[in-house]
Design a protein around this ligand. Structure first.
Ligand code: ATP
Length: 575
């Protein structure tokens, strides 16, 4: 049983205690009783009463001195702290040494630019780029037997600039030159020059050319040259010194090697307009080869090249797929067949059929598709939006060919899919007529028109928001760029106006007054209103047909253009 303080005082007076050990630091006493028992009892701070009573009743009182223990504790704490300090210091030193090693290995690495393995790619692997390949054949001749050209007094180009949209085969073409000539191929992306440490870019360029010269004849391929080759002094808030130094070094290197030294630099870009003039002047990248998106024949050839390694079912006609893929680059087409092969493998098929290619095409155009909505009034409303767009497209004789429609939602578009193949001629020629754009606007407004006819102006939804964005984009282009409005043939904006990369950012100003700006807005609104009225006019007497088609779309989830065209045809002949 524990003893209380008052009991302790009584026990001292009663002679029950042999000795007391006072521990002031803990404010307690250890008491030894006559019966041999030992007890710890708390006392008051600076307790005088115990001292007086012990003295009065002759109870021996000892005091425990804690200072030695305290000193030991202090020593231990000190040692612990020093240990922690030493450990953290050694950790920091180890880390910084590692970083230093990395930096050293980075700079070491930069002096060891190695060519890729000799390329096995030849011009046969580059499909649909015959004219471009022919232009480059003389480089192959020069690399293989330079004397032939030198004897004729011809100089090989120092630099070739390949210009074209992403995925059109620029890298492939450069590799094919190296493959045909059987020479080393040094490939580097210009952004790698400036990626890590300031000041490394210029030295990497130096190292690259040093290695290339030691392996001459060879090809040096610089991808994305625009990332270092932009006009100097163009950045917002003062240029990028690192980039400019790298570009200067590249220019110096290109000037440095003599004509016919056997090193040919090929650079690729899809932004030739932003390149520094010094890069494109004679003696540098003076030969330019433009590579455009493939036309139908080229697409067919590219598909055929990539189908060489893929088992296609006999029913697959590649020309048909080439027709359905205007606007696709070589890389897109390769990806299309690759995706189709993956779908076929998933279904345990030994051959790729049209169905897999169709699925891959859908994915390429719309992204991954989710399941159709469960039946509801909202789903029906979406079906009206799709049918509205579809009917307007057919009634207005859209140049883009309607392929099919579906209630499957895509990630890009919440309101199902209306599947058009872009007009081949428009894509190939790059010429867009006023009626083509206007028709696009009316078709895009078909969804909103159908909704407001069937559900009323107050019940329309935001489902066609993406279409409305397209409508604004095209109406704006019509007025501000193409001169397709009542304001006359004036281009208020031009493509090179883009504030891309900060070029001329400071100098940029609107070329027109505020009142013109108001006029532009008015014209855009005028076009959009004309479009929606046109769409409503086309659909307002086709409600019955819309109802039938919506029922069928709800049931089948996908309808093809032939079916819809037939339905429309028989409806029109009946009415
Ligand atoms: P980026 O500008 O994005 O670097 P790029 O123009 O250099 O693209 P590549 O890397 O050459 O394009 O092409 C990517 C892939 O697309 C190639 O590996 C090749 O498989 C395929 N490809 C592109 N064009 C062709 C073509 N004309 N013939 C065959 N395959 C092609």
């Amino acid at each position: 049983m524990s003893k209380s303080y008052s009991q302790l005082l009584k026990d001292i007076e009663g002679g029950e205690i042999i000795s007391i050990l006072l521990i002031p630091k803990r404010r307690e006493v250890v008491v030894e009783f006559n019966n041999g028992e030992k007890k710890i009892i708390p006392i008051f701070y600076n307790d005088q009463k115990i001292l007086r009573l012990s003295e009065e009743y002759n109870v021996p009182l000892n005091v425990r001195d804690h200072s030695a223990e305290q000193r030991l504790a202090n020593v231990i704490t000190g040692l612990g702290l020093s240990l922690i300090f030493i450990l953290s210091l050694s950790f920091l030193i180890r880390r910084s040494t590692k970083l230093l090693n990395n930096m050293q290995s980075f700079s070491r690495r930069s002096s060891e630019v190695n060519p890729d393995d000799i390329s096995k790619i030849t011009f046969d692997d580059v499909a649909g780029l015959n004219a471009e390949s022919d232009e480059l054949r003389e480089i192959v001749t020069f690399l293989k037997s330079p004397q032939v050209l030198i004897d004729l007094g011809a100089n090989a180009p120092k630099g070739v600039l390949l210009v074209g949209p992403p995925g059109t085969g620029k890298t492939l073409l450069a590799r094919a030159i190296a493959g045909e000539a059987n020479v080393p191929f040094f490939s580097i992306s210009a952004s790698e020059f400036v990626e890590m440490f300031v000041g490394v870019g210029a030295s990497r360029v130096r190292d690259l050319f040093k290695s290339a010269k030691s392996k001459s004849p060879c090809i040096v391929f610089i991808d994305e040259i625009d990332s270092i080759g932009r006009q100097r002094g163009a950045g917002i808030g003062g240029g990028n010194d690192e980039r400019e130094q790298t570009l200067n070094q590249l220019l110096t290197e290109m000037d440095g090697f003599t004509v016919n030294s056997g090193v040919i630099v090929i650079a690729a870009t899809n932004r030739p307009d932003v390149l520094d003039k010094a890069l494109t002047r004679p003696g540098r990248f003076d030969r330019r080869i433009d590579i455009s998106l493939p036309d139908r024949n080229a697409r067919y050839k590219i598909l055929s090249v990539h189908a060489r390694t893929k088992p296609l079912s006999d029913s697959v006609t590649l020309m048909e797929w080439a027709s359905k893929t205007p606007g696709f680059s070589g890389a897109d087409l390769q990806n299309l067949l690759n995706e189709a092969a993956i779908y076929a493998a998933r279904n345990d098929q030994s051959k790729i059929t049209n169905q897999e290619i169709d699925k891959a095409l859908e994915k390429a155009r719309f992204g991954l598709l989710s399941k159709p909505l469960t039946d509801s009034t909202k789903k029906r409303q979406i079906a009206y939006q799709i049918i509205g767009k579809t009917l307007v497209a057919l009634l207005i004789n859209s140049q883009d060919k309607l392929e099919k429609i579906s209630l499957f939602k895509s990630l890009r578009d919440i309101s199902g899919m209306t599947y058009f193949t872009p007009d081949e001629e428009t894509i190939d020629s790059g010429l867009i007529s006023r009626s083509y754009i206007y028709n696009k606007i009316v078709i895009s407004l078909g969804a909103r028109a159908a909704e407001s006819i069937v559900f009323g102006a107050n019940e329309v939804t935001q489902g066609s928001q993406k279409d409305l964005e397209d409508v604004y984009f095209w109406a704006n282009q019509m007025v501000t760029k193409f001169g397709f409005s009542e304001l006359g043939p004036i281009a208020f904006q031009s493509d090179s106006d883009s504030i891309f990369l900060g070029r001329d950012f400071m100098k940029r100003r609107k070329e027109y007054s505020q009142s013109t700006s108001k006029e532009i807005d008015k014209q855009i609104i005028l076009i959009v209103n004309k479009g929606i009225n046109h769409a409503i006019k086309l659909l307002s007497d086709k409600v019955e047909l819309m109802d039938t088609l919506v029922d069928e779309l709800m049931e089948k989830e996908t309808l093809d253009s032939e079916y819809i065209t037939n339905k429309l045809g028989s409806y029109l002949s009946l009415n």
